[in-house]
Design a protein around this ligand. Structure first.
Ligand SMILES: [Ca+2]
Ligand SMILES: [Ca+2]
Ligand SMILES: [Ca+2]
Ligand SMILES: [Ca+2]
Length: 466
C-alpha cells in the first residue's frame, strides 16, 4: 500500500525512526494519559516509540507493567518514582525489544529477607525490570539505563534472559538452558541498584543469562550495586560468545547476604568438613542435606568419592555471594576493564571472574580497590584452552578474608600478570597471599611486579616472579 511520506519522516528514517512521543500526563495507575495506557499504545504500534512522562508526580502501580512490542522503546521521566506495592515485576519487556529508560526510580514493596521470602505461599518473586529475549531472536538486544534507581524487589533488580529456563537457568559451570543466536548489550549510566534480591535465593542486582551464540556486553559508568541478596552483578554466558565488560567509577558493596550466616550457622553439621582414607567411610556416614531451615537452598553439600565408592571427603558451606560475578563458558573470552571502582564488604569474593572452555581472560584493573570481602578480593580463574593476561595497576586489595588478588590458569595456555603501582595487605590473616599467580599443566607463567607493595606476600605456582 502506498502512503505519502513527510519530510520529517524521511529525516528521522536516517537513524531509528521514532514516532512523535506518547505523552503521559496522568499519574493514575491506568486510564487516559497513564503510563499503562502509553505502554499498551506503544505495544500495538509496530514501530519505535518514545514515551515521555510529563506529569511530575510519582506513579503508584497496583500491578506490573509490560511492553509487548518488538520495536525499540524509550521511556523518559523526570526522576519520578514508579512504585509497585505488589510483589510482582514492575516492567516486563516480553518480546526482546530494545529498551532505554531515562530518569526514573523503580520502587518495589521492599521488606524482604530470608525470613520474609517473596517466593513462598504461591508468590513469584518480582523483579524491577525484566527483558525476555525471544527464542528466535538475532542481532543484539540493547538495554540502556540513564539516571535510574532500582530498589525494593524480592528477585533480581534487572534481569535480561536469553535462556529457555527463565529463572532456573542457574549459573557458572552448572548453568543450563538453551538460547537464541542473539547477543545482549547493557549500558548503565548513573544507575543505582540497592536492596534487591533479598526475597529469593540467587537473586542479583543485575543478572544477564546468555545462551547459545552471542556475546554479553556490559558497560557501567557512575553506577552502584549495594545490599543485594546475591551478587551485585552476575553475567552468565554459556556456549559460544564472549563477555566484554567496561566498568568505570562504580561500586559493588555489601552484597551477597541473603543466606544470612548468623541465622543459618546453627543448622550446619557439627563437623562441616572431613577427609577419609579409602575404605574408611561410606556415604551414609556423611551428614545429610540440611533441611527445615528458612531456605534449604542456602546450604551447599559436596561429597567426593574414591573409585571404590567410599567417601574421600565432604564439605558443607553456606552459599554467600559476590560483588561482581562473571561466568564465561564454552567458546569465547572474558575481556574486562574495571577502572576507578570500589568492591567492598561483599560476603563472598569481591570480584569473581571465571572462564572455561576455549578462550582467555584478558583483564585490566586500574585504580580500583577490593577491601573487606569475606573471600578473595579479586579472583580470576581460567580453565581449558586459553591464557590469563592481566594488568593490575594503581589498585589495592586489603583486609579480604581470602587472598588479595588471584590469577589462576589451568590446562593449556599461559599466565602473564603485571602488577604495577599496587598494594596488598592484611589479606587472609597475613598468610602470604596478597597475590597468588598459578600456572598449571602446559604453558608459561610470568608475574611482573613493579613499584608495588605486596606486604602479605606472593604465592606463585609454576610462575616466575620478576
Ligand atoms: Ca544468545
Ligand atoms: Ca562463551
Ligand atoms: Ca579457557
Ligand atoms: Ca596452563
Amino acid at each position: 500500500m502506498f502512503k505519502p511520506v513527510s519530510m520529517l519522516a524521511l529525516a528521522l528514517a536516517a537513524s531509528t525512526a521514532y514516532a512523535s512521543p506518547i505523552i503521559v500526563n496522568s499519574a493514575a495507575d491506568s486510564g487516559d494519559g497513564s503510563l499503562r495506557a502509553a505502554l499498551a499504545q506503544a505495544s500495538q504500534a509496530n514501530s519505535a516509540q518514545e514515551i515521555i512522562i510529563t506529569h511530575k508526580d510519582d506513579i503508584a502501580l497496583a500491578s506490573g507493567l509490560s511492553y509487548t512490542g518488538r520495536a525499540p522503546l524509550i521511556i523518559t521521566g523526570h526522576a519520578q518514582t514508579l512504585s509497585l506495592s505488589a510483589n510482582a515485576t514492575l516492567l516486563s519487556v516480553t518480546e526482546g525489544a530494545d529498551l532505554t529508560l531515562n530518569s526514573l526510580r523503580l520502587q518495589g514493596p521492599a521488606g524482604f529477607s530470608i525470613e520474609k521470602r517473596g517466593d513462598v505461599n504461591g508468590q513469584t518473586a518480582g523483579k524491577g525490570l525484566f527483558v525476555d529475549v525471544r527464542d528466535d531472536q538475532t542481532g543484539t538486544v540493547h538495554l540502556e539505563l540513564n539516571d535510574v534507581v532500582v530498589t525494593g524487589f524480592a528477585n533480581h533488580g534487572v534481569h535480561l534472559s536469553d535462556c529457555s529456563l527463565a529463572d532456573d537457568c542457574g549459573g557458572g559451570s552448572g548453568g543450563a538452558g538453551e538460547g537464541s543466536p542473539a547477543s545482549i548489550a547493557v549500558m548503565l549510566n548513573n544507575v543505582e541498584v540497592n536492596n534487591v534480591g533479598q526475597g529469593r535465593f540467587d537473586a542479583d542486582g543485575l543478572r544477564v543469562d546468555e545462551r547459545a551464540a552471542g556475546d554479553i556486553r556490559f558497560t557501567a559508568v557512575n553506577s552502584s550495586f549495594t545490599y543485594v541478596g546475591a551478587d551485585g552483578v552476575e553475567l552468565d554466558e554459556g556456549q559460544a560468545g564472549d563477555v566484554i565488560v567496561s566498568v568505570d567509577n562504580s561500586s559493588f558493596n555489601k552484597n551477597g547476604a541473603y543466606c544470612d550466616p548468623t541465622l543459618l550457622k546453627p543448622f550446619m553439621p557439627q563437623v562441616d568438613e572431613a577427609e577419609y582414607d579409602d575404605g574408611q567411610a561410606k556415604e551414609s556416614d556423611v551428614p545429610a542435606k540440611v533441611s527445615g531451615t528458612a531456605d534449604d537452598r542456602c546450604f551447599e553439600r559436596e561429597v567426593k568419592l574414591y573409585k571404590s565408592g567410599s567417601v574421600k571427603s565432604y564439605e558443607f558451606a553456606i552459599d554467600l555471594d559476590d560483588g561482581f560475578d562473571i561466568d564465561e563458558a564454552g567458546d569465547g573470552d572474558l575481556r574486562a576493564v574495571v577502572r576507578n571502582s570500589v568492591i567492598r564488604d561483599n560476603l563472598d569474593e569481591g570480584l569473581d571472574f571465571d572462564e572455561e572452555g576455549s578462550g582467555s581472560i584478558l583483564l585490566t584493573i586500574v585504580n580500583t580497590e577490593a577491601t573487606g570481602n569475606t573471600d578473595d578480593g579479586f579472583k580470576n580463574s581460567e580453565a581449558d584452552a586459553g591464557d590469563v593476561r592481566a594488568t593490575m595497576s594503581g589498585s589495592v586489595a586489603q583486609a579480604n578474608g581470602g587472598k588479595g588478588a588471584v590469577f589462576e590458569e589451568e590446562n593449556d595456555g599461559d599466565v602473564a600478570v603485571v602488577v604495577l603501582n599496587s598494594q596488598t595487605a592484611k589479606n587472609d590473616d597475613s598468610d602470604k597471599t596478597g597475590l597468588e599467580v598459578v600456572q598449571e599443566d602446559a604453558g608459561n607463567g610470568v608475574a611482573t611486579v613493579i613499584n608495588s607493595d605486596i606486604a602479605d606476600g606472593i604465592d606463585a605456582e609454576g610462575v616466575s616472579v620478576k
